[in-house]
Design a protein around this ligand. Structure first.
Ligand code: LLP
Length: 415
């Protein structure tokens, strides 16, 4: 994580000490590096040079409008899954013509709003969705661009909760049915088929499943071409993994190069929907140690952040590096479970970490820029935390910490 680095035993985000950020904005708080975000996006973009492509950032990974705005200024496209994400992208200055809309459960109001603002493409996940889209587009006198999202039945070798390309998963259209459905679209005057899409899972660390998925898509495209169906794009989805611990995912360059090797001869635009690979390593979650609790069996560092702020360890048993913000070699080294104040034993941020700690000191939970804040909740009536963007030596508060009164502002007593 070159954008987060130690200098004289102090952890920095770009040119700013994390200690100073904690002092100014309080803890817990998410801290992002603008340079890291931009670099990751640009690496995808540049790896595709000379080949028609569109990088549609998966908004779900981190949907703060400052982040969306930074990416919009790089001319990014966006992959959305709800009207909430759509409105965020628009508020952030994103171009509707670069939006693709994924998801198995799009509601009529969401589809109508997306038609109204003129998004580029709906990634359609079922025949019933296709029929609804045709009806709604007809109502408003529009033709909806669509890609059929296929389920290629490929094992992505990832956590079962984030594998999406197996036939038991709810995602996508059965591979074998796709060419027939594509032909039927000729009878739907308010639908235009422009692409084939897939997304087989997230945090993939191996190229093989991606390669298999591309092969299956290309087979399908050949079938369609033989039927006279001409597309505009192929969408490979997101899913490229990052290094949290000792994983060795392909670099963005290696990943794009491998895709290009297969896709170079096809005259279509290639769309990717990366989320994690853009934001994960561009963010940390800063937290303060409230108590060190020693028992005969275990040592606990009880911190002020919890599973409601960062759900990945509790939900997926995910491992994220935890670093001291100030390295202090005088403290006794011990093995700790880093836990939060929430009343569940699933409320841990890290287990069995060998660290030198003292009450009141700060820790940084690393690789927290993706699926961190965006999955956070108010469980245990905990206000959601602040978010701060670092740009070289500057810091910007990009989301205020919620207040306790805001937590129940929309609730009503009954007579
Ligand atoms: N496109 C589609 C259709 C998706 O469903 C997803 C992620 C992406 C793109 C972006 O995937 P990425 O490049 O970020 O892997 N909460 C989980 C990850 C859930 C991913 C859901 N879909 C986690 O924290 O690991």
């Amino acid at each position: 994580m070159p954008y987060f680095h130690y200098d004289h035993n102090e952890l920095f985000a770009e040119g700013v000490k994390l200690k100073d950020i904690a002092h100014e904005f309080g803890t817990p708080c998410y801290v992002y590096s603008r340079a890291a975000l931009q670099k990751n996006w640009q690496t995808f973009n540049e790896a595709f040079e000379n080949m028609p492509h569109r990088i549609c950032y998966a908004v779900k990974a981190n949907s703060n409008i400052a982040i969306l705005n930074i990416l919009a200024r790089l001319q990014s496209g966006f992959d959305i899954v709800s009207i909430g994400e759509l409105e965020r992208v628009l508020a952030a200055g994103g171009d509707p013509k670069k939006i693709v809309f994924s998801g198995v459960g799009k509601k009529p109001a969401e589809i109508l709003r997306a038609l109204e603002v003129g998004i580029y493409c709906f990634n359609v996940e079922s025949v019933v969705e296709l029929a609804l889209l045709n009806t709604l587009a007809k109502q408003v006198n529009k033709v909806a661009n669509i890609a059929l999202r296929v389920n290629p039945n490929i094992d992505a070798h990832t956590h079962p909760y984030i594998a999406t390309g197996l036939k038991d998963n709810k995602f996508g259209i059965e591979y074998e049915l796709t060419s027939r459905i594509a032909r039927d679209i000729a009878n739907m005057p308010n639908i235009k088929l422009v692409g084939i899409a897939c997304h087989i899972g997230s945090q993939l660390t191996d190229m093989d499943p991606f390669m298999q998925a591309v092969d299956r898509i290309l087979d399908l495209v050949s079938l369609l071409t033989a039927d006279g169906i001409i597309l505009e794009h192929i969408n490979i989805g997101g899913g490229l993994g990052v290094r949290y611990q000792d994983e060795e995912p392909p670099s963005i360059e290696t990943y794009v190069k491998a895709l290009r090797n297969k896709l170079d001869k096809f005259p279509y635009e290639v769309i990717l929907e990366p989320g994690r690979a853009i934001t994960a390593n561009a963010g940390v979650l800063l937290t303060k140690i409230e108590y060190l609790k020693h028992t005969p069996h275990k040592n606990f560092a009880i911190v002020d952040t919890a599973m409601n702020d960062l759900m990945r360890p509790a939900l997926y048993d995910a491992w994220q590096e935890i670093l001291p913000v100030t390295v202090n070699s005088h403290h006794q080294e011990e093995v700790y479970d880093i836990v939060g104040p929430v009343c569940e034993s699933a409320d841990f941020l890290g287990k069995d970490r060998r660290l030198r700690l003292q009450t009141g000191e700060l820790l940084a939970i690393c690789s927290a820029g993706a699926y961190g804040f965006s999955m956070s909740s108010n469980y245990n009536s905990r206000p959601r935390v602040a978010e701060v963007m670092v740009d070289q030596h500057h810091t910007y508060l990009i989301r205020e910490r919620e207040t306790v009164t805001s937590l129940f502002a929309n609730e009503k007593l009954i007579p």
